[in-house]
Design a protein around this ligand. Structure first.
Ligand code: COA
Length: 304
């Protein structure tokens, strides 16, 4: 969702940051032509970075390239499938050569859909693990090697989800992959800190994109029911998530390393003993869930 206040105003993600904040920096954003990746790329470009967007589909590049030409942003695009290590290695070498070195890598490319675990095929599992877990590692590895060789430090930012640690029905593939990415984030944060490379993650709550709406809340009323569970009462906007990405990538976060910033309006904290409002005497229908058996030996007890 493009949430800029006017066509030529600053992208909302960038509006709280100093102009020129990322001048002289080269940023690579995987999946940078659509959804969250697009808003991160627009924010970085507006604040002076040279942005390279990398994704599988050339048609995803066109809108940002067109906007960049109009606004005088430095943006280039590269067709890349992050699941192919040889292609990622070549892209990392060529981008480093043509730009003088990559400073910021945002591993944003992802694949997801709702599917009960018992119906998930091996190929479907592989497709998501390939993009999210393998792709994040290949990019971190090859762009990271470039950062290490150059000796000027750098940053890696990974997009995860709170279900990396809570788990989530319907997305066992994505949750497992994101859990791996979170472990990778923390590992690289320690391993590469001595090279001046900070590695962090961000865990957004649900936000609208056409792809997410089609794949993750495809039926009428699903979004509304999800919003009811969010303490702040609404989805986070793409701009708000992108803004926090810019914050983590900025010098204001120079001492943040190995962290995962949750941007979910309190959603992942919401499963408490009382429903929201209950402590003020409000009730929301009958309490859900199984009644515990009176005693384990009771003949009336439901089977465990
Ligand atoms: N439910 C169950 N299985 C699904 C599925 C769904 N909604 N979508 C795809 N699959 C399965 C396919 O059936 C196939 O398995 P099979 O051969 O056993 O039938 C397997 O996943 C691979 O599908 P394919 O379309 O060939 O993979 P791909 O590599 O072209 O696409 C995806 C990867 C599946 C992740 C695709 O959704 C994608 O490209 N997504 C990118 C965008 C995205 O998801 N963004 C995140 C929005 S929240």
């Amino acid at each position: 969702m493009n949430e800029s206040p006017s066509p030529e105003g600053p992208p909302r993600a960038a509006q709280h940051f100093a102009p020129g904040l990322f001048e002289g920096r080269t940023a690579v954003v995987t999946g940078g032509g659509t959804g969250l990746g697009l808003e991160i790329s627009r924010g970085l470009a507006h604040l002076g970075a040279h942005v390279v967007i990398a994704s599988r589909s050339e048609e995803h590049h066109a809108p940002l390239l067109e906007e960049a030409t109009r606004r005088g942003w430095q943006v280039e695009a590269r067709t890349l499938d992050v699941r192919e290590p040889v292609s990622v290695e070549r892209a990392a070498a060529e981008i480093a050569e043509s730009t003088g070195g990559v400073d910021l890598l945002v591993n944003n490319a992802a694949g997801n859909f709702l599917c009960p675990a018992e119906r998930l095929s091996a190929r479907a599992w592989r497709a998501v693990l390939g993009i999210v877990l393998d792709g994040t590692f290949y990019c971190s590895s090859y762009f990271g090697r470039g950062m290490i060789a150059r000796g000027a430090g750098g940053q890696i930012l990974n997009i995860v989800a709170t279900y990396a640690w809570t788990g989530m029905p319907g997305v066992v593939h994505s949750a497992s992959a994101k859990a791996g990415v979170l472990a990778m984030t923390r590992t690289l944060a320690v391993e590469w800190a001595r090279h001046g490379i900070r590695t962090n993650a961000i865990a957004p709550g649900p936000f609208h994109s056409d792809g997410a709406a089609e794949r993750l809340w495809p039926r009428d009323g699903m979004r509304e029911r999800m919003e009811e569970q969010i303490p702040l009462g609404r989805f986070v906007t793409t701009d708000e998530v992108a803004g926090q990405c810019l914050h983590l990538l900025s010098p204001a976060s120079a001492y943040i390393n190995g962290e995962c910033l949750v941007v979910d309006g309190g959603l992942s904290l919401g499963r408490n003993m009382w429903a929201p409002g209950e402590t003020r005497g409000e009730t929301r229908g009958e309490t859900r869930g199984a009644t515990p058996p009176e005693s384990p030996e009771s003949p009336e007890s439901p089977e465990a």
